[in-house]
Design a protein around this ligand. Structure first.
Ligand code: 16G
Length: 245
């Protein structure tokens, strides 16, 4: 593992740097799915940092579902064939989430173009009827497994050329300096009907999670209104709860 020089390279908390190195090792295949992580004591000695720091980095990756602790036998790199554990406290993109797990994403485009907003889009994005909205409809696939159907609506002001989105929407928004910094997400249970069921490769009536995300810029303006349908058998959404003061 490339842990030398953690102390010297760059600024920021050590545990974040360690977390990043471990993530990089998973992504690049230096650590394979199913591999055991070296004991925390060894990692600490080797990188010349405290065990508390190592524990903090590992805790983060366990919380995000990249690593799993097995009682008595150690910490392992999660096999992605199992459910995707998705943190509910971080504003990340699908492409990033999958890349962190070492999975490649691609999309089957269902819709991509500029339209006048529907009443729902007018409400969610705060737009008049004569405005333009970029609509991106995608079947989202990770390593050949269809996981979700997503339909994103973005005011054309932030995404004037929807054809420019070839893979990640958030990367495209980054380029126009309009990547969201905050989002409100609503999740509800549903049964997956056709044609969605056949696109997702599940039986008609299987359990799904219907998710609506409204994302905001730092200025408070709405950037994104996205409706997603996730396979219930492929996703676990995990939230960290703290006792409020
Ligand atoms: C996630 C978001 C979706 C966002 C997309 C961007 C949920 C439920 N939805 O899938 O709102 O548009 O990421 O991903 O998490 P991209 O940058 O890979 O296109």
């Amino acid at each position: 593992l490339p842990l030398e020089g953690l102390q010297s390279g760059g600024s920021g908390p050590l545990y974040l740097k360690l977390r990043q190195s471990l993530e990089d090792a998973i992504q690049s295949g230096k650590l394979n799915h199913g591999d055991a992580l070296p004991p925390e004591r060894d990692l600490a000695d080797y990188a010349n940092i405290s065990r508390v720091t190592v524990r903090k980095a590992v805790d983060d990756l366990v919380r995000d579902g990249l690593l799993v602790r097995r009682h008595g036998s150690g910490t392992f790199v999660v096999k992605p064939v199992s459910k995707v554990q998705q943190s509910l406290s971080r504003l990340t993109s699908f492409t990033e989430d999958m890349a962190r797990r070492g999975l490649n994403t691609h999309a089957r485009w269902l819709e991509r173009g500029l339209f006048h907003p529907s009443p729902d889009e007018m409400m969610a994005l705060g737009l008049p009827a004569d405005a333009l909205v970029a609509r991106l409809g995608r079947l989202r696939i990770a390593d050949d497994m269809p996981l979700a159907i997503e339909r994103a609506s973005i005011s054309a002001e932030f995404l004037p050329d929807p054809q420019a989105v070839t893979s990640s929407l958030y990367t495209a928004l980054d380029k126009t300096r309009s990547r969201p910094v905050r989002a409100v997400q609503r999740i509800s249970a549903c049964n997956i009907k056709d044609p969605d069921a056949s696109m997702l490769g599940v039986a008609v009536g299987s359990a799904g999670l219907s998710i609506e995300r409204v994302s905001y810029l730092a200025s408070g303006r709405v950037v994104e209104f996205t409706r997603s349908l996730y396979r219930g058998d492929a996703y676990d959404f995990v939230a960290e709860l703290t006792l409020s003061e």
